[in-house]
Design a protein around this ligand. Structure first.
Ligand code: TR5
Length: 144
């Protein structure tokens, strides 16, 4: 495993950033993530949308009144958006369309935000590609 950041710089960060930095150090496409257990239903989650390719569930630590995590069921190398290649174009398009379907379902007619955190600088903490769908309040811009 290549350590891209020193442990002393990781220790100095706030909790969420520290978790993201630690996750990045151990991330690779063969390591299962917590989302595998959510897909297999080994871990309970509040599913709001499911089809053969995608699963959406409520975030355990919501950052807005509506905060949903949307994932591909088959990670297929998509630990993060930065790893996408040509073969992922269909699933990426599908996920973006499902984000819109979920926003409709959640009655986010006044607007919402779709976020993909990528890598340590994006504060990604789970290395299975996922979209955050956030809404139900006026969101600030720019994000921190
Ligand atoms: O930080 P990134 O962008 O990687 O987003 C990962 C998201 O997964 C965070 O918003 C977490 O709050 C969310 N998360 C983590 C767990 C979890 C979850 N959402 C629903 N259920 C969860 N379980 C059961 N366990 C988690 N570790």
């Amino acid at each position: 495993v290549r350590l891209s950041r020193s442990w002393s710089s990781i220790r100095a960060q706030p909790d969420e950033e520290r978790a993201a930095a630690i996750a990045a150090v151990t991330a690779d496409s063969s390591t299962p993530t917590i989302f595998d257990k959510i897909i297999s239903k080994e871990l309970p989650s509040t599913v709001v949308y499911e089809d053969d390719k995608a699963l959406a569930f409520r975030d355990i630590n919501p950052q807005a009144p509506v905060h949903i995590v949307l994932i591909p069921k088959n990670r297929d190398g998509l630990t993060q958006l930065a790893k996408a290649d040509e073969r992922h174009k269909d699933i990426l398009g599908h996920l973006l369309y499902v984000a819109k379907v979920v926003a409709d379902q959640e009655e986010l007619a006044d607007g919402f935000r779709v976020v993909i955190n990528d890598g340590p600088n994006g504060c990604q903490s789970v290395y299975h590609l996922h979209l955050h769908i956030l809404g139900g309040r006026k969101l600030k811009w720019p994000p921190g």
